[in-house]
Design a binder for this molecule. Sequence first.
Ligand code: SF4
Length: 198
Amino acid sequence: MKSPFNHKEQKVESKIVVALERVSEAFRVLLWNESKENSLSPIQIQLLIFIRFHSLEKCKVSYLADEFNMTKATISDSVRVLLAKDLVEKEADPIDTRSYMLSLTQEGKKVAEKASFFASSMEQPIKNLTEEQKTIMLNGLLKLIHDLNKSGVITIQRMCFTCTFYKAEKGIHYCSLLKTRLAESEIRVDCPEHELNT
Ligand code: SF4
């Protein structure tokens, strides 16, 4: 079997893998630049952005560890820094008194809001694609994430394909919670109402 990074006689699949690696490198650089500006680490910036856009019950160390494929100890270290910098605060967990949830302070909200645009330079080239190209790209990426999730490479994701409310029949996607058909471009990648289909 040939490595996808062997540039001799690359197949389309290999070229896509290499292209995704380039894109992930661009994300890494953009995130690193944002981190430096705030004197925070990349994971600390990612935590602030995650907390900014997700419900309180998801903002626990254990969930964050799964979300970012890190150990609880590593996430706890980052949380300690964010607490010391007064960017997050602890909220009591009504279900488990030994645990806590994290919310943003006023300063944390400001930093997270600005940082959440760290990848905006990626958006412009995507906006330049046709609607058809965008839909094909979105579909391909969703299928890729779904397969990576099934094989255990990506632990947590909140997309329609793994949701208990998702139905598909003859190529038509349907959400039984929102009671609506979903066009290809409306399939969600990170849905707040997602419930894992077990
Ligand atoms: S609840 Fe959200 S994730 Fe689930 S099917 Fe509906 S839109 Fe998709």
